[in-house]
Design a protein around this ligand. Structure first.
Ligand SMILES: Cc1cc2nc3c(=O)[nH]c(=O)nc-3n(C[C@H](O)[C@H](O)[C@H](O)COP(=O)(O)O)c2cc1C
Length: 323
C-alpha cells in the first residue's frame, strides 16, 4: 500500500504545504509539536543542483528531516528527465515516503529554467519527467500543480493531462500561474475537478490547496465535497501554528513564546540554512508567535534587533521577568 492509500483511511487527511525557506525541518518540528498534520513535504529542491557535485551540499540541506516527521514527501523541481531519474534513486535511499514533482511554482527563475509552472505549457515534457521518475524508484509519485497557466478558462486540459499519467496523488492549488496568490482560490471548481479525477483516474488521490485556514475549514470543505481525499494548508500556519489541531483551543501567549523558544532550539540544532546558519531568515517567523497579545508589537520590535538566537532568548527572558 502506498502512503497515499494509507492516508486515505483518515479522509480527509491533512498536509502541511511545502514552502521554500519556511517549512524546513526546524519549522516542521515546531508544527509537529503544536498540532501535527498527517503528512509533511520538504521545501522544493532543484534536481540540477542535486546532481551537480558542487551544488549538492547546498541544495540537499532542504532534504534534512527527523524520523518523527514521517510520513514525509520530498518535493523536487526541474526540467530534465535524466536529472529527475538520478535524484529519485538517491531520494528513495533516504527513506522518503514519496516523491512530489512541483509543476506549479510561478517564480521567474524557476519558470525561466523550464521547471515549476513552465511545465504547464510543456505537457509532453511533464509526462516524460513523470515516466522517467516512475521508472527509477518504487516510491509513489505525485504532482503539485496549479489549475493552468494564464486563464481560468483553460484549466481542464492541464489537470486532465496529469490525471492520465497514473499518479499516486495530485495536489491542485486552485489558482492559475498568472493569478499568483492575488485572487481568492477557486473553490467553486472543486466539484468539476473531482468529476475529472473520478472519470480519468479514480485511483489517484486528490488533494485540494489554497486559502484553507485550518483543520475545521478543511473538514467543512471535505464534508461538502466528499470526493476530496486530502487538504493541504500553507499560509494558515502563519496565522495559527496550531491550525492542524483536532479541536481548536485558545493558546496563551506563554504557549506561543514556548513555541518560539522551541523553534530557536531546533534552528540551532538542525543548522538548516547552511553549515553556519544565517540568523536573519528566522526573523520572519517572529510574527507567528509574537502576535495578538498586549505588548506583542513592542516585543517583536525588540526581537528584530537581535543578532542571534542567544540574544532572542535574552530579550524574551527580560520581557517575561518584567511581567
Ligand atoms: C513562502 C512560500 C513558499 C512556497 N514554496 C513552495 C514550494 O517550495 N513548493 C510548492 O509546491 N509550493 C510552494 N508554495 C506554495 C504553497 O505550497 C501553497 O500552494 C500556496 O501557499 C497556497 O496555499 P495556502 O493558501 O494554504 O497558503 C510556497 C508558498 C509560500 C507562501
Amino acid at each position: 500500500m502506498t502512503i497515499w492509500e494509507e492516508l486515505t483511511s483518515k479522509k480527509p487527511f491533512f498536509a502541511l504545504a511545502p514552502m521554500e525557506d519556511v517549512t524546513d525541518t526546524a519549522f516542521r518540528q515546531v508544527i509537529l509539536r503544536a498540532a501535527r498534520p498527517d503528512v509533511f513535504f520538504t521545501e522544493f529542491m532543484n534536481v540540477n543542483g542535486f546532481c551537480h557535485p558542487a551544488g549538492r551540499t547546498n541544495v540537499a540541506r532542504r532534504l534534512k528531516y527527523q524520523p518523527s516527521e514521517q510520513p514525509i514527501i520530498a518535493q523536487v523541481w526541474g526540467s530534465d528527465p535524466e536529472k529527475f531519474t538520478e535524484t529519485a534513486t538517491e531520494l528513495a535511499k533516504m527513506g522518503f515516503a514519496g516523491i512530489d514533482i512541483n509543476m506549479g511554482c510561478p517564480d521567474k527563475a524557476v519558470v525561466r529554467a523550464g521547471g515549476g509552472s513552465a511545465l504547464i505549457k510543456n505537457p509532453a515534457l511533464a509526462a516524460d519527467i513523470i515516466a522517467a521518475i516512475k521508472a527509477s524508484c518504487s516510491q509513489p509519485i505525485s504532482v503539485k500543480t496549479r489549475l493552468g497557466y494564464s486563464s481560468i478558462d483553460e484549466w481542464q486540459a492541464w489537470p486532465s493531462h496529469l490525471l492520465q499519467q497514473d499518479l499516486a496523488c495530485l495536489t491542485v492549488h486552485l489558482r492559475t500561474k498568472k493569478e499568483m496568490s492575488k485572487v481568492p482560490a477557486h473553490h467553486e471548481l472543486i466539484p468539476e475537478i473531482i468529476k475529472l479525477r473520478d472519470e480519468l483516474a479514480p485511483e489517484t488521490k486528490l488533494v485540494i490547496n489554497g486559502d484553507i485556514a485550518d483543520r475545521a475549514a478543511g473538514n467543512e470543505l471535505a464534508h461538502k465535497h466528499p470526493g476530496i481525499d486530502g487538504i493541504m494548508i500553507g499560509r494558515g500556519v502563519f496565522a495559527n501554528p496550531f491550525c492542524f489541531e483536532q479541536t481548536p483551543q485558545h493558546h496563551s501567549r506563554e504557549e506561543l513564546i514556548d513555541l518560539l523558544v522551541y523553534h530557536l532550539d531546533k534552528f540551532d540544532e538542525e543548522k538548516c540554512r547552511a553549515a553556519s546558519p544565517k540568523f536573519d531568515p528566522l526573523k520572519r517567523f517572529f510574527k507567528i508567535y509574537i502576535n495578538n497579545f498586549p505588548g506583542a508589537s513592542d516585543l517583536r520590535a525588540k526581537l528584530m534587533q537581535a543578532k542571534n538566537t542567544t540574544e532572542v532568548r535574552d530579550i524574551l527572558d527580560t520581557w517575561i521577568n518584567q511581567k
